[in-house]
Design a binder for this molecule. Structure first.
Ligand code: PRT
Ligand code: ZN
Length: 287
């Protein structure tokens, strides 16, 4: 019997497309994704890829057109019912925020009572207002939310923000975060055992790619009398590798370090006598 393929839905063209494709490629999955293609098949993994509008992905997954998908948490919360996030992917980061015109002297959420708020996220915003006992009028619009106050359609907006420049250029000020979001892998509930097995394989690879992203491979030379102190700073996956250099009383130390810690540690390493420090990216890391 031929192996059944796991079906994944990705955003066709938009902010999540490039990172979603890059993730599959880093997982070693080969496929072609020619311009305008709606469907593709991996050539070395039991995976079929569908390219769709992001808003439709939760529904397609719930209706079993696809088994899994990649969407922003914002889209899952707004449009999803039964599909669940099974893995955070670390890209597509943004926040859904409330913003008011600069002339609005906003101090606290209660000031939005009785106000008109324009958004494309009525469900998430409605839940947020309910939790916070705010009685505001939600105006659902389908796009260009940021211009609603200037044309007199709303008193405030609730929209996605990343750098904040769209709000700024439209004279708006971000005042409350409603939801922090990033891309997530979603799955329909009750996947059949064979598909779950393929998904587990894919998740294993995604985890390897994502842990690699947070870590760097570090190599350095150190005088032997400082080795102990230097090794203490570089615990590595198990413990660092230490190799003798051709030069007497010197060693080369190889280890793995969290990217976030790197700049903190590098200064101390130098002060302790480390030289020739090289830092390399890691493609996959299996722990
Ligand atoms: O065509 P399709 O429906 O598939 O795409 P789309 O236009 O609905 O979505 P797209 O591609 O814009 O975004 C896809 C996903 O990317 C979103 O659902 C979010 O999860 C995530 N994401 C991350 C963002 C942003 N950052 C973002 N900045 N989505 C939208 N924006 C918009 C925002 O709406 C606002 O207009 O960018 C503008 C603000 O950006 P800044 O940098 O000026 O703050
Ligand atoms: Zn969309």
């Amino acid at each position: 019997m031929t192996e059944r393929k796991l079906k994944i839905a990705l955003q066709k063209s938009g902010r999540l497309s490039e990172d979603s494709l890059a993730l599959l490629k880093k997982c070693g999955i080969g496929f072609s994704n020619g311009l305008g293609k709606l469907r593709s098949e991996a050539n070395n993994f039991p995976l079929e890829i569908f390219f769709l509008r992001d808003d439709d992905i939760p529904q397609y997954v719930e209706d079993k057109v696809a088994d899994i998908g990649i969407v922003g948490e914002n889209v899952l919360r707004e449009n999803g019912r039964d599909a669940a996030a099974i893995e955070k992917l670390g890209f597509g980061k943004c926040r859904l925020s409330l913003a008011v015109p600069k002339s609005f002297e906003y101090e606290k959420l209660q000031e939005l009572n009785g106000k008109r708020i324009a958004t494309t996220y009525p469900k998430i915003l409605g839940e947020f207002f309910k939790e916070n006992n705010i009685n505001a009028e939600i105006h659902t619009i389908s796009g260009s939310v940021e211009i609603a106050p200037s044309i007199g359609l709303a008193d405030a907006v609730c929209d996605l923000v990343s750098s904040g420049s769209t709000l700024f250029t439209n004279g708006l000020r971000e005042v409350e975060t409603v939801l922090n979001s990033q891309a997530v892998l979603i799955s329909r509930p009750d996947l059949e055992a064979d598909l779950q097995k393929t998904l587990d394989k894919l998740l294993f690879r995604i985890n390897a790619v994502n842990s690699a992203k947070q870590n760097k491979y570090i190599l350095l030379n150190a005088p032997n009398e400082k080795l102990e102190e230097i090794i203490e700073l570089l615990p590595g996956m198990k413990s660092p590798t230490v190799l003798p250099l051709a030069e007497k009383n010197w060693s080369s130390v190889h280890s793995v370090i969290k990217e976030n810690d790197f700049w903190e540690v590098v200064e101390t390493l130098k002060n302790k006598g480390a030289e020739g420090i090289l830092v390399l990216s890691i493609d996959q890391m299996i722990q």
